[in-house]
Design a protein. Structure first.
Length: 301
């Protein structure tokens, strides 16, 4: 279990590190960084797929698409939802929206609990009801005071939930399904890398920007290595840890994303303290429930 905890925490730190260092990949814009990340990560994801023995599951999904063409359309939708999230993850720190994006990751587990209730008819525990009420009160406070939540918060909380729900409905919620999402996104990523200019007024493509910027000769391969290792650690933690502990440790990443946003100079605006307090209280309640489930599990020490 110690190896699983270590894998989860280190993986979260690596994802947080990518979030913080995105602005240091200038002159690349968010689209180019997203494209390079996917291109550089695909070889590591492929090796992980083969090592885990899940390559046959890819063929099984392809055969299902051949029998049911609608599944192919849903796979395109799944890849699009996933791609938007990965793009936002690297675009937000470059554009002063790292803080609202990190808030979306705090809300994500709570929105997923609601989705489980509404879509899969999963029952909410009393503590989950309390956590949902606290988070809802925080969102309501922000809406009532006339500020509202920034669009990246909604995009992460609702968009990622839609992605995970869709994958579960399609029965592609595995490394094989993830690999197919990345493969489907590859043409778009290559377009960002080879064709899209770094700036609208600049004819320099993402590829030429990397060629002409010496620091990116190191940073771009490093981006692929870090992303690949983080994914491998995430999968390892999922395999080694009880589901309750794995879910509990998932709160480490949004905390690190919030810290990265603060280090990048973003600050909570006056009046938002109440919302953050209520959402933080909801996260604490969810974490407490996870600890209680672990304590009550047979064989737990």
């Amino acid at each position: 279990m110690v190896r699983g905890v270590l894998a989860s925490v280190v993986g979260s730190f690596l994802f947080g590190g990518m979030y913080y260092f995105a602005p240091f990949l200038a002159p690349l814009a968010g689209e180019q960084i997203f494209g390079w990340r996917m291109v550089a990560t695909l070889p590591f994801t492929t090796l992980l797929l083969i090592y885990s023995g899940q390559s046959r599951q890819v063929l099984a999904i392809v055969r299902r698409v051949q029998r049911y063409w609608r599944l192919g359309a849903l796979l395109l939708l799944s890849a699009a939802l996933f791609g938007v999230q990965l793009w936002l993850f690297l675009w937000a720190p470059l554009n002063g929206l790292a803080l609202p994006t990190s808030l979306g990751y705090f809300l994500l587990p709570l929105v997923m609990v609601l989705a489980g209730r509404l879509v899969f008819n999963e029952r909410l525990s009393r503590l989950q009801q309390v956590a949902t009420a606290l988070a809802s009160a925080g969102v309501a406070w922000e809406l009532l005071r006339g500020a509202g939540l920034d669009w990246p918060t909604w995009l992460v909380a609702i968009g990622y939930t839609a992605y995970f729900v869709l994958r579960r409905l399609m029965r592609t919620d595995s490394l094989a399904g993830h690999w197919l999402d990345v493969l489907i996104l590859l043409p778009v990523c290559l377009w960002f890398v080879v064709v899209t200019p770094v700036e609208p007024v600049n004819a320099l493509s993402g590829w030429l920007a990397v060629v002409q910027t010496p620091k990116l000769h190191i940073f771009i391969p490093l981006l692929g290595v870090v992303s690949g290792i983080a994914l491998a650690l995430y999968m390892t933690a999922h395999r080694l840890l009880p589901l309750g502990l794995f879910g509990l440790l998932s709160y480490v990443e949004p905390i690190l994303l919030l810290l990265a946003a603060m280090l990048l100079g973003e600050r909570i605006q006056p009046g938002q303290e109440v919302m953050y307090f209520l959402i933080a209280a909801a996260v604490v309640v969810m974490a407490f429930e996870g600890l209680m489930q672990l304590r009550n599990k047979p064989g737990a020490s």
